[in-house]
Design a protein. Structure first.
Length: 205
């Protein structure tokens, strides 16, 4: 059989299906998506393995703030006070003691033309003063309601100086009040003493 005859026989066999092409023996160049999951699927798996930071580390700003407040309580004030610590402070008593102070000043200045005089041992002089104001809000009872306290502002007569005087009084069992001590607390805003937490007078440093 010559070459031409052989070629014709081969073509005839191929046409009737005697020599089928075996495509299954040659796999695809790139694997299918079923065998190798897509990047989206892998990304989903990663998210499950590693939770969000918000879940692993919940915010605790509020808790930390509360903890800080409990761990560090506010410091108590250690600085001396300008006036004694307030004791019993009732309006009726304040009205009463304000009147006592004013009556005391009126009586003390009745022979000096309404001018109140006080000896200043520190400055070695005598001050001639006029009452400007009794600080009613500062009036209080001390030492188990036996000592009365008040402070008042004064203006120097024929002068420019301003003084702050502290008035102490004893309260008797029958309720009567008698002033027994007057101190020069400030001269032109400069204090000469102050008070500690126990209402003891302490020098100004």
């Amino acid at each position: 059989m010559n070459k031409r005859s052989a070629l014709m026989v081969f073509s005839l066999l191929l046409a009737v299906g005697a020599l089928p092409i075996r495509a299954a023996e040659h796999p695809h160049e790139h694997p299918t998506g079923a065998e190798h999951p897509t990047p989206q699927t892998q990304s989903s798996d990663v998210k499950k393995e590693h939770p969000d930071q918000a879940k692993e580390r919940p915010q605790s700003e509020g808790k930390s703030g509360d903890a800080a407040a409990k761990e560090h309580p506010k410091e108590k004030k250690e600085h001396p006070k300008e006036h004694p610590k307030k004791g019993v402070k009732e309006k009726a008593f304040q009205d009463q003691y304000e009147k006592v102070v004013k009556d005391y000043l009126d009586q003390a200045s009745s022979k000096t033309g309404g001018v109140y005089t006080i000896k200043d041992e520190v400055a070695n002089k005598e001050w001639n003063l006029k009452l400007t104001k009794v600080h009613k809000s500062k009036i209080c009872m001390l030492q188990a309601n036996k000592v009365c306290f008040a402070c008042a502002d004064f203006q120097e007569v024929n002068g420019k100086s301003k003084l702050d005087l502290d008035f102490y009084a004893d309260k008797a069992e029958d309720g009567t009040i008698a002033i027994n001590k007057v101190l020069i607390h400030k001269v032109n805003g400069k204090p000469r003493f102050t008070y500690d937490s126990q209402n003891n007078m302490v020098p100004v440093k």
